[in-house]
Design a protein around this ligand. Sequence first.
Ligand code: C5P
Length: 222
Amino acid sequence: WGAGPLHGINTVVTAGPTYEALDPARGFTNRSSGKMGYALAAALANQGAAVTLISGPTALPAPAGVRRIAVTSARQMRDAVWACRGAMDLFVAAAAVADYRPQTVLADKLKKDADTLTVTLVRNPDILAEVAALTPRPFTVGFAAETGDVETKARAKRARKGIDLIVANPIDEAGVGFAGDDNRVILIDKDHAGAWAAAPKTEIARALVREIIKRLPRTASP
Ligand code: C5P
């Protein structure tokens, strides 16, 4: 790992969607591309952090200097994060984790016999909330993809999950959010909220890393 302001900071970044299988051919997922999380992992590594990127299924190459662990489901992502918990100074949760998974994964492909089909979903673990509840805990950064009054919803989410910093982004605006290269974010900590202009995700990642560096308690040895 290189030198830089984050030298010696063990960082875990989650990115991408999760995929929750229903049968061998099908499952539930979402529109996350992973671009924001991958850009953050790259920007953190560029500042010297030791970055483990725990990624759901994406089409993206692993950024240089980053250790990538590929996972599929939310529970696999949680287990991979959990395995890092003993040495984690910074946790950035950029993954779009599925909130629910099918209660049963069918061994055989589901047949279209019935006219209607009901699938029971059960809650997945909230990885970010679990990490935020650790003692001692890493500096925690979460994302909040929201529609409508993004700032109010994200402020409430930051407080509820007990995290240090939340990056809110609207997903009901053209050109920003899930799949695209650009994003528009509102950065919220316990004291204020600041709205940033829309910009490429790579640029937003670099600016977010500067904000993290400003706030991070120094745990690294000199
Ligand atoms: O509550 P919501 O899913 O909107 O919170 C979003 C934030 O929480 C993101 O940072 C996401 O990565 C994280 N999260 C998580 N595990 C979940 C759900 C969300 O880590 N099961």
